[in-house]
Design a protein around this ligand. Structure first.
Ligand code: PLP
Length: 369
């Protein structure tokens, strides 16, 4: 792709997503769910889900029922688990999309069952267990009673059991082992009682790296599928690579005389006559509106100067005298020998790489290669 008419765009490499998923499947040795919530962390839920399934993922996970629809419309036929809230009045839609939803609250599960009975279907549910996240889920300690109550509901069919760990990205944190013990105890209680608990799953990308005893029947991986690290200092399996490059182009270049204020509120003043380029990405695309941003031009790292605008920002091009209007600018990814990673931007923005890529707005064109 050497010419591009978009202002700012993502290039997403499907073969990398397939290969990442293959690597994850090989290491997991159990079923792999590709989590594509948040528009697959900004990469595009439909395309990522399809590529991940081609790479061997047997399940797709989403956060919302709307996202399940996007994945189905992309032609994905494997089971989809909605990980978060689905209103019980959406039973018909759940059924239409062949989605599995979580059961974490008895009143809500009862309402969902009632709706399913009205429609004349059974909705598959995975029981969500709170082993220490303190978000959604029935307490692990009383999970068996919850399970028994759910089993009485005629509109639901329990096909799985899962939990979520809040501190997996801090390798071998003691809390993780406390949670794991609670969850395993519940699984054992259900097994002893001869209750079919379906697929058991707990860990995410980070846990796959160092917690083999928590793989159970399935692992849920999102960030590693798109090739990013769970945290900047977390190692990654060999061969896993970022699938996304975020680019824009230079749309104007001017030499601005010394001592001139640049951009809104004149947050930057030229020190000498400076070659200032305008690039076509701004906070309306998901670039954080703060000082200290940087991009790649001509294989060199250059600074964004002045305040971030909604649709544009300005960069100092003194170090790249050959730069011309129409040249490619990289916000995330590689250019020549230079690279900017989502992890690096996250450190700069004082957030996580998850938020950086998930925050890339819908209007940024996605190109799949
Ligand atoms: C986001 C999420 C995942 C995937 O986590 P990664 O760190 O991206 O692998 C798995 N399970 C649940 C419940 C999640 O919310």
């Amino acid at each position: 792709m050497d010419t591009n008419t978009a202002s700012t765009w993502l290039e997403i490499d499907r073969s990398i997503i397939r290969e990442n998923t293959r690597i994850l499947c090989r290491h997991a040795g159990v079923l792999v769910m590709a989590v594509t919530k948040g528009n697959a962390y900004g990469h595009g839920a439909g395309e990522v889900a399809r590529a991940a399934v081609e790479g061997g993922a047997q399940w797709v996970g989403v956060a919302r029922l709307e996202e399940a629809r996007v994945v189905r419309e992309a032609g994905v036929t494997v089971p989809i688990l909605v990980l978060g809230f689905v209103h019980p009045l959406r039973a018909a839609e759940i059924h239409e999309l062949q989605a599995t939803v979580p059961a974490f609250d008895l009143d809500m599960a009862t309402a969902l069952s009632d709706q399913a009975v009205k429609i004349g279907c059974k909705i598959p549910v995975h029981v969500k267990v709170d082993s220490g996240m303190r978000r959604l889920g029935t307490f692990a300690e009383t999970g068996k009673d919850f399970f028994l109550e759910l089993m009485k509901l005629p509109g639901l069919q329990i096909t799985g059991l899962f939990t979520h760990f809040p501190i997996l990205d801090e390798v071998r944190h003691p809390t993780t082992y406390i949670q794991l013990a609670r969850f395993k105890k519940l699984v054992a209680e259900l097994d002893e009682a001869g209750i079919n608990r379906g697929l058991v799953h707990g860990i995410t990308s980070a846990g796959l790296l160092y917690l083999p005893e928590a793989r159970f029947d399935m692992v849920r991986t999102g960030i590693a599928v798109v090739g990013l690290q769970s945290t900047a200092d977390m190692p990654q399996f060999d061969g896993i690579r970022p699938a996304m490059a975020w680019k824009t182009q230079i749309i104007s270049i001017k030499t601005i005389p010394a001592g001139e204020g640049v951009g809104y509120n004149h947050r930057y003043f030229t020190k000498a006559a400076e070659r200032i380029g305008v690039i076509a990405a701004g906070y309306g695309d998901g670039v954080r509106r703060r000082l200290g941003n940087f991009v790649l031009v001509g294989g060199k790292r250059v600074n964004v100067v002045g305040g971030m605008c909604m649709d544009q920002c300005m960069v100092n091009l003194d170090e790249v005298p050959d730069a011309r209007v129409g040249d490619e600018v990289v916000l995330i990814g590689r250019q020549g020998d230079a690279v900017i990673t989502a992890e690096e931007i996250a450190a700069n923005w004082n957030t996580t790489n998850y938020e950086v890529v998930t925050g890339i707005r819908g209007r940024v064109q996605r190109y799949y290669i």
